[in-house]
Structure formats: C-alpha cells, structure tokens
Design a protein around this ligand. Structure first.
Ligand SMILES: [Zn+2]
Length: 230
C-alpha cells in the first residue's frame, strides 16, 4: 500500500497516511487536533498510473478448478434420479469383468503350477520311430527268411531221398563195369547234390539267424524260429 505525507495544519507534524484515509479525518498523533487528509493525494494515486501497463493474461481462467468441479459432480450424483437403471445396465459389464478376472487368475495359477495342468507327454527317445519302422520292415521280411529255409530244407530232403532211392535201386545188384561206372557217377552226383543242398541250407539258416537276432533286438515278439522245419 502506497504511503503519502500530509502536514498537520495545526502543528506542522508530517503525518503518513494511506489511500484508505483519503478524504477522511483523524486526530494528529502529535497535537491531537483533527486533521483532514485530501481526497486525492498530491500527485494523484500512484497505483492508477501503474495500472496503465498492460495487464498480464488471466492465467487463472485456464487452470483446473478442482473444487467447483467436484462440487458439481457431487451435486449431479446426489440429484441424479436414474441410478437404478444405470446399475442394471452395468450388470453385464460387471459379469464380463468378473469373468476376465477369473480367467486371468486361472491362467496365473496354471503358469504357477505347470506340471499340475499340462498333460504329461510320453517321453519318446530319439530314434524310437526309426526303430519302429525297422521293426515293421523286419516283421515283413522274416517270413521270407523262413520260406527260404523251408525251400533249402526241401531241396536237402529231396537230395537225400534221391540218393537213398538210388542206393536202394542198385543195392546187391551185380553190374557190369560200364553200368557200375554209370551208377557210381549217379551216386556221386546224388551225394554232391546232398552236400550242396546241405551247404545251401546251412547258409540260409545263417541268414535267417542273423535276421532273427536283429528282429528280436528291435523288440520283435513273433517266434519265427518255431516256423522253421526241424
Ligand atoms: Zn498537529
């Protein structure tokens, strides 16, 4: 507040006064007589001269006035008559929200306890599928090995029968030299065929044994050994 000076007309005491005292009277603090201050101080009001400057922009209007807004909201809430309708309209959203919350909770539970929920997958060893394929192939091939042994055995049986029949035919007979040599050649051929067929049978059995051992190693359960001729 600007201060002005006024001399007491009675004692000359310099009295300081403010704008509020303009045009009013007060007792002089020195002589006690009534002093009237001028309605307009000498030189005019200094403040009015300062107001001639451009006023700053009214920032306050842009500011968020929280108090009045809250008051308006409270008034609206208190006086709104359709809260019941609004409540009913909100029910579906509340149900959906609760469902989402439940689903999220379930998912978190699942993540926290993975072994509890996830289905246990069978532990498949590497190469198991290859082994199963091999076993299937072996199962398809084993009958061929069995058949090969049977065929070889049949050849041996035939060779033995032929040789025995030959011996039975000429046993105890008196043959001339030419016939004897001829029969001996047939004996020899028959014996050779017995030996050859026997070697062939042995080789075929060996092939069967190799295949059958591998088949059993793959987990094959069919008893192909029992299907072989004695
Ligand atoms: Zn005075």
């Amino acid at each position: 507040m600007d201060q002005y000076k006024h001399s007491c007309p009675h004692c000359g005491h310099q009295i300081e006064y403010t704008q509020d005292y303009c045009g009013k009277s007060t007792p002089c603090p020195l002589c006690g007589k009534s002093v009237m201050f001028p309605a307009i101080p000498p030189g005019g009001f200094r403040k009015k001269l300062q107001i001639a400057k451009p006023a700053p922009p009214p920032k306050q209007k842009l500011q968020f006035k929280l108090g009045p807004m809250l008051s308006a909201i409270f008034t609206f809430v208190r006086e709104f008559e359709h809260w019941r309708v609004v409540g009913f309209c909100l029910i579906p959203f509340i149900v959906i929200a609760l469902g989402l919350v439940a689903a999220r909770a379930a998912k978190r539970h699942q993540e926290a306890n993975p072994t509890e929920v996830r289905p246990t997958q069978p532990q498949v060893e590497a190469g198991t599928w290859d082994k199963m394929e091999e076993l299937t192939r072996a199962d398809q091939q084993m009958p061929a090995y069995v058949q090969a042994v049977r065929t070889a055995k049949a050849r041996v049986d035939l060779a033995v029968r032929t040789r025995d029949a030959l011996h039975n035919t000429y046993r105890g007979q008196n043959l001339d030299t030419a016939s004897f040599q001829l029969v001996m050649a047939r004996y020899e051929a028959a014996d050779k065929e017995v030996n050859n067929s026997q070697q062939s049978l042995n080789a075929t059995r060996q092939l069967f044994n190799q295949a059958y051992t591998k088949y059993q190693g793959l987990g094959g359960k069919v008893d192909y050994q029992s299907q072989l001729p004695p």
